[in-house]
Design a protein around this ligand. Structure first.
Ligand SMILES: [Zn+2]
Length: 137
């Protein structure tokens, strides 16, 4: 089957294919934590489900997810080639995300899922979510 994705389209798609462990996303989140005065976070703490950040004392797990990779509904980006492959992969990620979230919630943790797109515009949306998660203090 011919690959009908143009080079520029491909690089656009690939730029969205960033899973967890995206440095710039993590750094932006850290800046937000600082701005909000949230303390006690650990990055890449070795726990099942691999949240990007955990606040151990407050029992809050923060996941920073790439929109494409984790199937956020914010953009309707369907790769022109290998659609089936990507759909399957993204669905699997979403399923796993739900499972991991359920495990944390069952242990009495709060889970904050920050989408890549929510870090835009000075992270206003991400900030709101974090405020919500840390409210009962
Ligand atoms: Zn998004």
């Amino acid at each position: 089957m011919a690959d009908i994705v143009s080079a520029s389209e491909r690089s656009r798609v690939m730029s969205l294919v960033r899973s967890r462990g995206n440095k710039s996303t993590e750094l932006r989140l850290i800046a937000l934590f600082r701005e909000m005065g949230l303390k006690g976070w650990r990055r890449n703490y070795p726990v099942n489900g691999k949240p990007d950040f955990v606040f151990l004392k407050k029992r809050v797990a923060v996941f920073a997810d790439g929109c494409f990779w984790h199937g956020h509904s914010c953009r309707n980006l369907k790769p022109a080639s290998n659609t089936e492959y990507w759909t399957r992969k993204i669905n699997r990620n979403m399923e796993r995300d739900r499972e991991v979230e359920a495990i944390f919630v069952a242990r009495g943790w709060r889970v904050v899922r920050i989408w890549e797109c929510e870090l835009r515009h000075k992270g206003a949306k991400a900030k709101k979510k974090l405020e919500e998660a840390f409210k009962e203090e």
